[in-house]
Design a protein around this ligand. Structure first.
Ligand SMILES: [Zn+2]
Length: 471
């Protein structure tokens, strides 16, 4: 009889546990969704956070005041889930801004919790739904793309430029995409100021050949880069058409996919040339690099660089999908901080990288692209976001000179003497007084005859492939 009694007690306890408000259960999906991304720090904080909610639950059970329960479940759901649900649904289901979305979120969940707490007084159904949701997360199949499907979907074709007479060698090739790089010559035509040619002077002194007006067929990074890494698919006019659409954002995932899973890296692989991405996205078939540090595209939505928590890596990691991230970006200096950290990381990675022969390296320097900032050294101002064209150009030039000096410092290192380097913008500056499709290129380790065959940013994939001995 005694055993039966215990058994009943056990089930009774379980049943009580599920009927109650349980912050631990409310928090579970957040922790699962957060740990899906590779983030070293999150694993450290995972168990402590579970313990934290477990203890808070115990305290709240002792206090046992419905109104406090109501406030806390609303607060916790808003804190952890508003941003995730917002980002998951915007553009596909709605185009609300976050403030309006927050309002709807609070009314919706506020009503649900009101019914659960004040009318039913039972969380069982709610808790079971949450647990099933968590369980399903482990079985949701990931969207399965293939490069061929995307090529077909957008009617894309591409062809490698065949240049057998190009100089081929085993020396490493480094591609540095300098995001939003404008042509110094174009700038000089307007400013007539010699100091705006400083970066060009540095490059010439280091034996780079400069193409002062290199065209980019796209003014958006996602199209420009994906085309570069897939041997120029701008022959088909689909890109031109979708690039001018307002909801161009909706195609983002496809083109980011093509940047990661690309034909250049696959072709190099076929000839045992290794590829390393230190850029916006890791190469799917490239060598492993530390993507926690570098993957800006992966971090833009839910970045790990929360300015107001900058001295607390663990908290940055813990709150990265929470509404705190939004508040940091919208009301504090979160936005420039995210990009500044990425700029700094890129410079550090350039300084640290160990170059090997028969290898291709891709770096992405997120400057002189806006936001025009670099920590306290180049202070960010909110008004930079709505400048008229002339003023925007002026600040861009100042920022360009500043950031190119930083890049020159890194490129001055001994180890780059024996490497081939390609520096190019993915496009020029948008919404200014100079042509946004015009950028520049600088090439070290190449000759003029070779370079005359490659005339746009999107041709650089072919140049990189033809740089290696692939027979
Ligand atoms: Zn760009």
């Amino acid at each position: 009889m005694k055993i039966n009694f215990n058994k009943n007690l056990f089930f009774q306890k379980i049943s009580e546990f599920f009927s109650r408000r349980n912050l631990l259960i409310i928090f579970l999906p957040y922790t699962i969704l957060s740990s899906i991304e590779s983030d070293y720090y999150y694993q450290n904080v995972f168990l402590i956070s579970l313990l934290f909610f477990f203890v808070t639950d115990l305290i709240l059970n002792k206090v046992n005041i419905k109104f406090i329960d109501y406030l806390i479940v609303n607060l916790i759901s808003y804190l952890f889930y508003s941003l995730i649900i917002f980002k998951d649904t915007s553009y596909t289901f709605h185009q609300l801004n976050f403030t309006v979305f927050s309002f709807i979120f609070l009314i919706f969940f506020g009503s649900i919790f009101f019914v659960i707490i004040f009318i039913y007084n039972n969380f069982k159904f709610f808790n079971v739904v949450i647990l099933i949701f968590c369980f399903l997360q482990f079985f949701t199949p990931k969207k399965n793309y293939s490069r061929e499907e995307i090529f077909q979907k957008y009617n894309l074709t591409s062809k490698i430029i065949n240049q057998e007479e190009d100089v081929k060698s085993e020396l490493p090739v480094i591609l540095i995409i300098v995001d939003g790089l404008t042509s110094a010559q174009e700038i000089f035509k307007i400013t007539n100021d010699k100091k705006d040619l400083q970066f060009d002077r540095f490059l010439r002194a280091k034996n780079y050949i400069i193409k002062p007006n290199l065209a980019s067929k796209s003014t958006w990074t996602q199209y420009s880069l994906s085309s570069l890494f897939n041997f120029n698919f701008h022959e088909s006019d689909t890109i031109k058409k979708i690039e001018i659409l307002k909801n161009s954002f909706a195609y983002r995932d496809d083109f980011r996919f093509l940047t990661s899973d690309n034909s250049l890296v696959d072709s190099l692989n076929n000839h045992n040339i290794k590829s390393f991405s230190y850029g916006l996205i890791p190469f799917k078939s490239g060598e492993l690099t530390n993507d926690f540090v570098i993957n800006l595209w992966g971090k833009e939505n839910f970045n790990f660089e929360i300015e107001m928590l900058k001295n607390y890596k663990l908290f940055q990691s813990f709150f990265h999908k929470s509404v705190i991230n939004f508040i940091d970006q919208r009301f504090f200096d979160g936005t420039p901080y995210l990009y500044d950290m990425n700029r700094k990381n890129t410079l550090d990675l350039l300084k640290d990288v160990k170059l090997q022969n028969n290898s291709f390296y891709y770096f992405h320097y997120f400057a002189p692209h806006a936001p025009f900032s670099y920590f306290e050294e180049f202070e960010y101002k909110k008004e930079y976001e709505k400048l008229e064209k002339n003023m925007r150009f002026k600040i861009h030039v100042k920022y360009r000179n500043f950031m190119m000096n930083k890049l020159s410092e890194a490129l001055n290192m001994e180890k780059f003497k024996n490497a081939r380097i390609i520096i190019a913008g993915d496009h020029g500056i948008r919404e200014s007084i100079i042509d946004e499709n015009n950028t520049m290129g600088a090439f070290k380790g190449y000759d003029n005859r070779t370079l005359s065959n490659y005339n746009s940013v999107q041709d650089l994939g072919s140049l990189i492939f033809n740089s290696f001995k692939t027979q």
